[in-house]
Unconditional design. Structure first.
Length: 450
């Protein structure tokens, strides 16, 4: 399948079909903030549900958590974010544009000239990425708190609470999804890099002596997740190991799963060996040591952590980019090119699972179609459409990634069968109404990316 997606095409599709809107658009919009429309919120929810099932429901050693966005400010001192969570910022003295120095082309870093206008750049200064706010009626230094820049720290400070209440034993994990906030110097590429985003993170606590084994295990698990659970094409994925100059202050080893976005290869998910950094630091800063007692060996130790961390909103963009295709199906009846835009979304992710269409708006066909929709709505997201030619209705659903279409026609009244259409192959077959639910379940379970 050709790589037909460009950022311009994806942004246009998202706006036109209700996936993603610019935040506060009627006021001119707010840079780096986006609203998820009726289809976007369904796609995002489906991705989150697949991740949550993969990480918690199908495993007996990972539990869930939903920690607060606002946390005690000492949390971020212990985690190293106050000291280390910053980017090098430079400004152009001419056009006043702002850049991250480490993302400038090499020639601009050397010449100290602006890549936009050629003007002189300022010296770099460190810019902390955490959003600050105040809790309470008085805005002073004592009331300062931060919007969390990651969800992981809520997991670490709750380690003992989860350990004692859930009776879990190492090795075990804690999974969490939720909002995070970073005051990015440069936001770009639509929803790829934004100031407000959602993360899907899992911290897996292990005996330090087994860190290499579990690190390799989670690398394999997460790679297979994108191929088998999300249906992403393998040629769009690759590994990137962090070099010594890339490693975060807490990491012993780190790999990124990268995806070939329309703007190039970039990070999708990180798998990190965080060692005992987080639990040790929170024990030191709180004055309450965080250790684990192995009841069999009677060994006390601070667990190591293997982290899997991905962006939910970034995954939405990846799924859309990977699924997008434009097909030329030959000549239409009027002699023009018959072009089809289709999203080859996995049925687990598609905002609408099945569209239901009466062939005409009369002779009792709409009533039958409505009955079918009502019977399927309990298990799948459905969409009823009786407007326009049937071919146009198919194309509208193809463009939003609906994998199956059901057409009620005059034959339906004779033998209680309908036409079931496949989005990817456009093949149609007759199915009895009473067999529709089971046929859909089987097709979804056996779905394979074309």
């Amino acid at each position: 399948m050709a790589n037909d997606a460009t950022m311009e095409k994806l942004v246009s599709l998202c706006k036109r079909r209700g996936f993603v809107f610019q935040s506060s658009e009627i006021y001119g919009g707010l840079s780096s903030a986006w609203d998820y429309g009726p289809l976007g919120v369904e796609l995002k929810k489906n991705i989150q549900n697949v991740w949550w099932k993969e990480m918690t429901q199908t495993r007996d050693n990972i539990v869930g958590l939903d920690a607060a966005i606002l946390m005690h400010p000492r949390v971020w001192e212990a985690s190293g974010h106050v000291e280390n969570f910053s980017d090098p910022l430079v400004d152009c003295k001419g056009c006043k544009n702002r850049f991250r120095e480490d993302q400038l082309p090499e020639e601009n870093r050397v010449s100290r000239r602006c890549p936009d206008c050629g003007g002189e750049l300022t010296e770099a200064r460190q810019f902390n990425l955490m959003f600050r706010t105040h809790m309470g009626p008085v805005a002073d230094e004592g009331s300062q708190v931060y919007l969390r820049p990651e969800t992981a720290q809520g997991i670490f400070v709750n380690f003992k609470n989860v350990l004692q209440s859930s009776r879990v034993k190492i090795p075990f994990g804690i999974a969490q999804t939720g909002k995070a906030f970073r005051n990015e110097i440069v936001t770009k590429n639509f929803i790829f890099r934004t100031c407000e985003f959602e993360q899907m993170e899992m911290q897996f606590f292990i005996n330090p002596s087994e860190d290499t084994r579990w690190f390799n295990y989670w690398r394999e698990q997460r790679w297979n997740y994108y191929l088998n659970k999300l249906g992403i094409r393998p040629d769009r994925l690759r590994w990137h190991q962090h070099g010594p100059d890339e490693l975060a202050h807490y990491a012993k080893d780190a790999y990124d799963i990268e995806f070939l976005f329309p703007f190039g290869w970039s990070e999708l998910e990180g798998i990190h060996n965080r060692t005992d950094f987080d639990l040790r630091r929170h024990g030191e800063y709180s004055g309450k040591p965080i250790t684990y007692l192995d009841e069999e060996t009677k060994e006390h130790y601070i667990p190591y952590v293997i982290e899997t961390s991905s962006g939910l909103t970034r995954t939405v963009l990846m799924v859309l980019a990977d699924a997008y295709e434009e097909q030329n199906l030959g000549k239409a009846e009027d002699g023009t090119s018959d072009l089809r835009t289709v999203l080859h979304l996995h049925p687990r992710l598609a905002p609408v699972t099945v569209g239901i269409f009466p062939l005409v708006k009369k002779d009792g066909l709409p009533e039958i179609a409505r009955e079918i929709e009502a019977s399927l709505r309990e298990d799948w997201t459905t969409y009823y459409d009786q407007g326009g030619a049937i071919g146009r209705r198919y194309r509208r659903q193809d463009e939003i990634g609906t994998p199956y279409g059901i057409t009620v026609d005059y034959e339906t009244k004779e033998n209680r069968t309908v036409t079931l259409r496949d989005r990817d192959t456009m093949e149609q077959k007759r199915v009895k109404i009473e067999d529709l639910a089971e046929t859909l379940r089987r097709n979804i379970a056996e779905f394979h990316r074309q």
